[in-house]
Design a protein around this ligand. Structure first.
Ligand code: DX5
Ligand code: ZN
Length: 228
C-alpha cells in the first residue's frame, strides 16, 4: 500500500503559511481545516486563504469543510483551487448532488463522518465519492487524543470498499501520530491527516517520512491489504 500523509496546517503558524507548506513539501496533500464556528465551536479560514495557499505551494490542497451548508460553499473551494473537497455527512442537505458537483468542477469529492455517525446508512452512496473520512476525534480542534473506539468503523468501511470493489480512499483525521498511525493502517485507512504530530515535531519533513513508513509497514501485514 502507498500511504498518503496529509499534514494539517491547523497546527502550523498561520502567519507563515507559505513557509509551513514548504516545510512539508514531501507530503502528498496539505490538509486545510475550514471551520465556521457553527458546525464546530472554532473558526479558522475561508476561500481567500485557500486561493492564496494554492498559489504559494505546489502540494495539492485537501480541504476539510467543518461548516454548515456545504451544499452552498463547497463548490467555491474547488474554484479556489482545492484538489479534494470534503463535506460532512451531518451537514450536507443533498450529498449525492454535492459530490457530483464537486467532481464535475474537477476536484475529488469526499465525505466525512463525525465519531457518532455510522457508515452503514451511506453504503449505497460510496460510489459517488473519491474518499471517505472517518473522524478519529470530535472535529473542531487539533491536538486531541485519538479515539480507539473508531477502529471498528474503519474496519467496516474498508470491508464495504472491498465488497463493492471501489477505488475509494479511506482517510483518518484526529490524534493520528507515531503512536496511533499503525492501528489506523492495520484497520484499513490509507490516507492519514496529522497536525500536531507533524508541525509539533522538530523536523516536520522527517515526521512525514516516518509516519508514511510506519503506515506502510503496518498495512503490509494487514489482512485487507492482500492483493491491494
Ligand atoms: C480537527 C481537524 C484536524 C486536526 C488534526 O477537527 O479536522 O484536521 O487539525 O490535528 P491533530 O493531528 O493534532 O489531531
Ligand atoms: Zn481535518
Amino acid at each position: 500500500m502507498r500511504a498518503q500523509i496529509n499534514p494539517s496546517i491547523l497546527s502550523a503558524d498561520f502567519a507563515r503559511l507559505a513557509e509551513e507548506a514548504e516545510a512539508v513539501s514531501g507530503a502528498d496533500w496539505l490538509h486545510v481545516d475550514v471551520m465556521d464556528n457553527h458546525f464546530v465551536p472554532n473558526l479558522t479560514l475561508g476561500v481567500p486563504v485557500v486561493e492564496s495557499l494554492r498559489k504559494a505551494t505546489g502540494t495539492p490542497l485537501d480541504c476539510h469543510l467543518m461548516i454548515e451548508d456545504p451544499d452552498r460553499w463547497a463548490p467555491q473551494y474547488v474554484e479556489a483551487g482545492a484538489g479534494s473537497v470534503t463535506f460532512h455527512a451531518e451537514a450536507a442537505a443533498a450529498p449525492v448532488k454535492l459530490a457530483r458537483e464537486i467532481r464535475a468542477k474537477g476536484a475529488r469529492a469526499a465525505m466525512a463522518l463525525r465519531p457518532a455517525t455510522p457508515i452503514e446508512p451511506y453504503e449505497d452512496l460510496l460510489p459517488e465519492l473519491d474518499m471517505l473520512l472517518v473522524m478519529t476525534v470530535e472535529p473542531g480542534f487539533g491536538g486531541q487524543s485519538f479515539l480507539d473506539i473508531m477502529l471498528p468503523k474503519i474496519r467496516r468501511t474498508r470491508q464495504l470498499i472491498a465488497k463493492h470493489g471501489l477505488d475509494l480512499w479511506l482517510q483518518v483525521d484526529g490524534g493520528v501520530s507515531q503512536s496511533t498511525i499503525e492501528r489506523c493502517a492495520e484497520a484499513g485507512a490509507d490516507v492519514f491527516v496529522a497536525g500536531s504530530a507533524v508541525y509539533g515535531a522538530g523536523d516536520p519533513a522527517e515526521a512525514v517520512r516516518g509516519l508514511r513508513a510506519q503506515a506502510e509497514s503496518a498495512a503490509a501485514s494487514a489482512p485487507w491489504a492482500c492483493g491491494h
